[in-house]
Design a protein around this ligand. Structure first.
Ligand code: GLA
Length: 361
């Protein structure tokens, strides 16, 4: 950091999605919550156009107005300044330090946490007229237009607005949301990172391909988005070829599960919520085909342990993490057992991210 210049600091938490996967870019509903791990940005404006960025391991630089993909974490900052300028905001160069405890490739929104924490620090540093919702929208544009990942808006909304201890029940069309309290007196969340990194960026294929399949399903069904199909109309999916039918069936049933999960949370019905977790996982594995054997193993290993109501793959898939709903006080023991079995099976070290302090971070 340049001595004497003013430092603007902001932080954004990673997120774990409880249920509602691959629904956001289909106009559906999602239910993420914040995790304790976060990204912190310390930004200090400069008088020229240079950006000097420092993370724990690397330094990188670029010039405002000359942003170009470098296939590294710096692209999220480049995408941010590129978007800000395109929207008519005035930003100068800056020095920036980034520190993050959200593991990359874990399916817990490390990139959205970087985008949001950076945009919040830039908002303060350059007096930008942006609210938290607009920050989420810009974050999504960074991914869609700069990085080339056609993601929905869940992660950026969660990193910008979600809090620990409550889930953000979000309608991804109008961005209305409700905060739903989590029953942490009786239950706790367990989040385990498989250590198999997933990637959403352009070229990696699977995520963007799923999105294209959903668009094709809409085209063939004559609907604007899959949100427009309710469970009552699920028989219409018979019109589709098998692959598209499976993809669409996941989205339609997952939307229903989000609403059911919110109901279960309101009624404190944790058994039902757990069943919805398992059903969501099965749908992601069989119909959406975004799970991998390592993740399936983690979910199953959880399911076989006492005190676990439900478990599922969380995030975009093709690697990443699982989330489980566990009786209060038992997550540590479940986690240790599952991590041990996973190592025996795959020779891989899974890390327990929630609760913090259980196993390796
Ligand atoms: C990634 C994307 C989100 C969402 C999830 C799947 O996290 O960034 O927009 O589509 O995958 O639910």
């Amino acid at each position: 950091m340049k001595t004497g210049s003013k430092v603007f600091e902001a932080r954004a938490h990673g997120r774990v999605n409880l249920i509602g996967e691959h629904t956001d870019y289909n106009g559906g509903w999602v239910l993420p919550t914040a995790i304790p791990q976060s990204t912190r940005v310390r930004l200090s404006p400069r008088s020229d156009k240079r950006v000097l960025a420092k993370s724990r391991r690397e330094t990188a630089q670029f010039e405002i107005g000359q942003e170009k993909m470098m296939n590294s974490w710096i692209d999220y900052l480049q995408g941010a300044t590129d978007q800000l300028i395109k929207k008519g905001h005035r930003v100068s160069g800056f020095d920036v330090e980034i520190e993050s405890s959200v593991p990359m490739g874990s399916g817990l929104s490390s990139s959205a946490a970087l985008e949001v924490s950076f945009l919040k620090a830039a908002r303060d540093a350059f007096d930008l007229n942006l609210d938290d919702l607009e920050i989420a929208r810009i974050g999504q544009r960074i991914e869609n237009d700069f990085v080339g990942a056609r993601v929905g808006i869940m992660d950026q909304m969660a990193c910008s607005l979600a809090k620990e201890g409550e889930a953000l029940f979000l309608d991804t069309v109008d961005l209305n949301y409700e905060r739903i309290r989590l029953p942490l007196e009786t239950a706790e969340l367990l989040v385990i990172n498989s250590g198999v990194a997933h990637r959403l960026a352009a070229g990696d294929g699977g995520y963007n391909q799923r999105r294209a399949e959903c668009e094709e399903a809409c085209r063939q069904l004559g609907v604007a988005q899959l949100r427009d199909l309710s469970m009552h109309e699920i028989s219409r999916l018979e019109e589709l070829p098998e692959l598209l039918r499976k993809r669409a069936r996941h989205v339609v049933t997952e939307n229903e599960r989000v609403h059911e999960a919110v109901k279960a949370l309101r009624e404190n019905d944790l058994e039902k919520l757990g069943r919805l977790f398992y059903a969501s996982h099965d749908s992601m594995r069989n119909d959406y085909e975004v799970s991998i054997p390592e993740i399936d193993f983690l979910v199953k290993a959880c399911a076989l342990r006492a005190g676990v109501w439900g478990a599922r793959l969380t995030g975009g898939g093709f690697g990443g993490s699982i989330v489980a709903l566990v009786a209060r006080g038992q997550a540590g023991e479940v986690a240790r057992g599952v991590v041990r079995e996973y190592f025996k099976q795959f020779g891989l070290k899974a890390s327990v991210l929630v609760p913090q302090g259980e196993g390796d971070q």
